[in-house]
Write a protein that binds this ligand. Structure first.
Ligand SMILES: CC(=O)N[C@H]1[C@@H](OP(=O)(O)OP(=O)(O)OC[C@H]2O[C@@H](n3ccc(=O)[nH]c3=O)[C@H](O)[C@@H]2O)O[C@H](CO)[C@@H](O)[C@@H]1O
Ligand SMILES: C=C(OP(=O)(O)O)C(=O)O
Length: 428
């Protein structure tokens, strides 16, 4: 087990290349199950979620080969292997095996997913969708059992705008008989990416990127090659790091239109940020202004950048208020930031961050992926050395974080933990 060490106070400059989007990757790979022939996904990020999904595809009989950022999946010999336990618990997106296997085999057994703890993360809307398509769904000892004689298109209104439910219902519906209409669908760019793959596989999908998606079922889907979109959350994390410590940072391989809410907020904070083609240019300014932030579904401010932005707000004058309307309990970074001298209060559903504050290096723990990102940015800002544990979370979503930040001039490295450090870490 390793820990991450950061000696703070070093300016960032240079160029960082953004990897493929985690939240697309984790849906594109299960989507390959639906094809009858070979699917290649190009530009995948080198993160543990992708490794785990590759292994799960092999568990159900797929042949999977990896060539750098590309993964080729041969689905011909896949079977409806039950996956009630094991790897499915390591990540959130294993829930996409429900929709994809139901769509392909009319049955699936998938253990309830893991992933970041952000407060309760129900999947009732996914299940409502599967049932509307004709599946019988039961929860037996922590695994979801899905069975259908045949899937038939249906009109499904999502009570909550959900990325996972929108994609999962698309996966289950693309081969169902007749038309499926998803109303109050989510509009995230990753959903469009998945629909693009499915369309290239032969699916008939209209309206993606709006809140009504229409799917006309087709009897079979074929293989294809698909290139993933860049990760707007990884790009946003580097943009926030550059706003904190950047002399001049170029963030390469981004779609700026996917990042408008963040760019607007950073400008409101007085950060120097410009976009040009597929690059962002970011530099810190002498004084940052506080802003208030409310996370919303896309195109609103993403909940996945709420925690990193909290760190930046500790550097801004006066007080900024953050309200996470998607995951109100996504707050586990706060105590850790307080250990580093941050002044943060939680009142009702509001997080009030005061600043500017000189952060101090400390031993802290990443309780989830973006809490980890928030702590890394705090480490870049802090006096002295910050030690971060809980790297398994960070490794789920950030490719080569240490190398990417080192190449920008950060002093950051990983070290093996001693047995007593591991013991202490596991008991705190
Ligand atoms: C793998 C992946 O893509 N993860 C992303 C995805 O998670 P995920 O797909 O799990 O998040 P959702 O969009 O489904 O969740 C949005 C909100 O809907 C609620 N909800 C969701 C489903 C459901 O059946 N019932 C229900 O009540 C959730 O509790 C949450 O409050 O979108 C989140 C919101 O942008 C991001 O933080 C995650 O990074
Ligand atoms: C919450 C996240 O991921 P997951 O849904 O995979 O847990 C995230 O990417 O910030």
């Amino acid at each position: 087990m390793q820990k991450l060490l950061i000696e703070g106070g070093h300016e960032l400059s240079g160029e960082v290349h953004i990897s493929g989007a985690k939240n697309s990757a984790v849906a594109l790979l299960p989507a390959a199950i639906l094809a009858d022939s070979t699917v290649t996904i190009e530009g995948l990020p080198d993160i543990s979620d992708v490794d785990t999904l590759g292994q799960l595809l092999e568990e159900i009989g797929g042949t999977v080969s990896r060539d750098g950022q590309d993964m080729t999946i041969h689905p011909e010999k896949m079977i409806a292997m039950p996956l009630p336990n094991g790897r499915v618990k390591k990540l959130r997106a294993s829930y996409y095996f429900m929709g994809a296997m139901l769509g392909k085999f009319n049955k699936a057994v998938i253990g309830l997913p893991g992933g970041c703890y952000l407060g309760p993360r129900p999947i009732d809307q996914h299940i409502k969708g599967f049932e509307a398509l004709g599946a019988e769904v039961t929860n037996e000892q922590g695994a979801i059992y899905l069975r259908a004689k045949e899937l038939r298109g249906a009109r499904i209104y999502l009570d909550v705008v959900s990325v996972g439910a929108t994609i999962n219902i698309m996966l289950a519906a693309v081969k169902a008989k007749g038309q499926t209409i998803i109303e109050n669908a989510a509009k995230e760019p990753e959903i469009i990416d998945v629909a693009t793959l499915l369309t290239n596989m032969g699916a008939k999908i209209k309206g993606v990127g709006t809140d009504v998606i229409r799917i006309d079922g087709v009897p079979s889907l074929h293989g294809c090659t698909h290139t993933i979109i860049p990760d707007r959350i990884e790009a946003g994390t580097y943009a926030i790091a550059a706003a904190a410590m950047g002399k001049e940072v170029i963030i390469d391989n981004v779609i700026p239109q996917h990042m408008e809410s963040l760019i607007a907020k950073l400008r409101e904070m007085n950060v120097n940020i410009e976009s040009h083609n597929d690059q962002l240019y970011v530099a810190r300014t002498k004084s940052l202004s506080s802003v208030d932030i409310k996370t919303l579904v896309y195109p609103g401010f993403p909940t996945d950048l709420q925690q990193p932005l909290t760190t930046l707000l500790t550097q801004a004058g006066y007080s900024g208020v953050i309200i996470d309307t998607i995951y109100s309990a996504r707050l586990k970074h706060i105590d850790e930031l307080r250990r580093m001298n941050a002044e943060i209060k939680v009142e009702g559903g509001s997080v009030i961050v005061s600043g500017p504050t000189q952060l101090e290096g400390a031993k802290v723990k990443a309780s989830d992926l973006r809490a980890g990102a928030a702590l890394v940015i705090a480490g870049l800002l802090a006096n002295g050395v910050t030690e971060i544990t809980g790297l398994d979370h960070i490794d789920r979503g950030y490719e080569n974080l240490t190398d990417k930040l080192s190449s920008l001039g950060a002093t950051i490295w990983r070290e093996e933990m001693t047995e007593s450090e591991i013991y202490q870490d596991q008991n705190t």
